[in-house]
Design a protein around this ligand. Sequence first.
Ligand SMILES: [Zn+2]
Length: 239
Amino acid sequence: MILLQRKLHLEIHPGTNPKPFDTEIIDIKNDSLIFSKSYCFPRGGGQPGDIGIVSSKIHESELLETFHQEFIMHPVKDPDLFNIGDHISCSINTEVRNRNSMMHTTQHIVSALADELFNAETVGNQISQNHTRLDLLFADRDKFNISDLESAFNEVLHKNSSVKIHEWDRNTILNHENMRNTKFMNRIPESIKKLRVVEIEDIDLCPCGGTHVESIGILNKLKVLNVKSKGAGKLRITY
Ligand SMILES: [Zn+2]
């Protein structure tokens, strides 16, 4: 049997306030339901997966953190309540999604500014409930300065730049002079010809499958909480 699943979170922008959606269970693996279509964001790129509620006509179960294997996997607390072929409704927890979209969009800006101000490359990041940690690799990490980063970020918010989504082919992406963060592209199968590119006007441009806000004016100001060394040329910034 060949299963096909539509991964719709990539087609929806902005990624805030996702609506409940109806779908069908096409398979169940361990504790995870696989839907014919899903708007859920599966954890990846440092962004946590969506959580929420899955309900059939008679049952309801908590949706735990969505993740990705061959398909988007929807682990639920009570998988025994569901069967293949069930028509269900899925409600994504909008409060958590909105916060993750804000945190993730913030990370784009911080990474772009770290590159511009300190010539630092983002080599890792992880968003959690209340803070994000970002690993930066510097040619000269003595150049890093918290207040320069914070004031540049807070200045940029006043622009209220729009966040835009593009579908571009690999050559366009790799040859674009302003493109950031293309190293991971060689891990994406060659069969995928076009990739999603996220543009924050005048600030950042990079391939990304995460969820973002519509314009950056709604983001909170940046407050760096901690900076620690992660070995030669590297700093871990928590904000
Ligand atoms: Zn992104």
